[in-house]
Write a protein that binds this ligand. Structure first.
Ligand code: HEC
Length: 209
């Protein structure tokens, strides 16, 4: 009976200490974070409603299995800043608006923290998502064709039609256009840009050389 009671106590202690470590410690460390007033408005900026929906498509499509969203500190070799993935390391406050912070841990593809600053043309994203290999020859990124649909051209070509060529081109008289999910996803990707400075950045991390 005594041994059962000890076992029970150990289990309770284990749960309690994990709760302290995961919930309470994180809350004490990060819970007081608030947005700050920057010269161009509140920082970090809010996502648009469409970008918030796009973040859900990003999660559902598993993009974070190959892409991180964290610019590493300057002192590591082959710094992310040398790779032109960002101009400063990411800090905790950068993720204040994220319902889920897609930090990721595996980098089969480039870090996407600032992809919205690097690549600004929505059609580029649609083309790349539909057939990555046609945009970046040799790409191992899977194609996300289920985010698009083919339709008959009604009069003129739609503004969002993908300029597909060769074997991927639709039959004559047809065009491939993004679904609402693809449009939301691209709105999210375009909003990924940490091109502002936060007090936390200047206080805690050295700036880019
Ligand atoms: C199996 C791994 C893998 C998955 C999953 C994946 N990607 Fe990629 N991604 C890559 C690789 C590799 C590249 C670099 C080659 C290229 O440009 O296609 C890349 C490149 C990119 C780029 C261009 C970045 C730049 O700076 O040039 C974007 C944008 C992108 N991926 C978005 C996505 C999105 C959105 C998803 C989910 C819908 C996704 N990726 C899923 C591997 C992946």
């Amino acid at each position: 009976m005594n041994r059962l009671r000890s076992l029970f106590l150990i289990i309770i202690l284990l749960f309690f200490s994990s709760w302290l470590g995961v919930v309470v410690y994180s809350y004490l460390e990060l819970g007081h974070f608030k947005s700050v007033a920057g010269s161009d408005g509140i920082l970090p900026p809010y996502y648009s409603g469409q970008a918030i929906l796009g973040a859900r498509v990003y999660a559902a499509s598993g993009c974070m299995t190959c892409h991180t969203q964290q610019i590493r500190q300057l002192d590591v070799t082959h710094s992310d800043i040398d790779r032109k993935w960002g101009t400063r390391p990411s800090v905790a406050l950068d993720y204040l608006r994220d319902q889920t912070a897609f930090l990721g841990k595996r980098r089969m593809g480039p870090d996407l923290s600032n992809v919205g600053s690097r690549l600004t043309d929505p059609i580029w994203y649609y083309h790349h998502l539909y057939e990555p290999d046609q945009v970046t020859p040799g790409s191992i990124m899977p194609s996300y064709r289920y985010l698009f649909h083919m339709q008959k051209i009604q009069g003129e070509l739609s503004a969002q039609a993908i300029p597909l060529t060769g074997p991927h081109a639709p039959p004559p008289g047809y065009e491939v256009v993004p679904t609402k999910d693809a449009q939301d996803l691209v709105a999210y990707l375009l909003s990924l840009k940490h091109d502002y400075t936060l007090p936390e950045v200047s206080a805690e991390t050295p700036s880019a050389p």
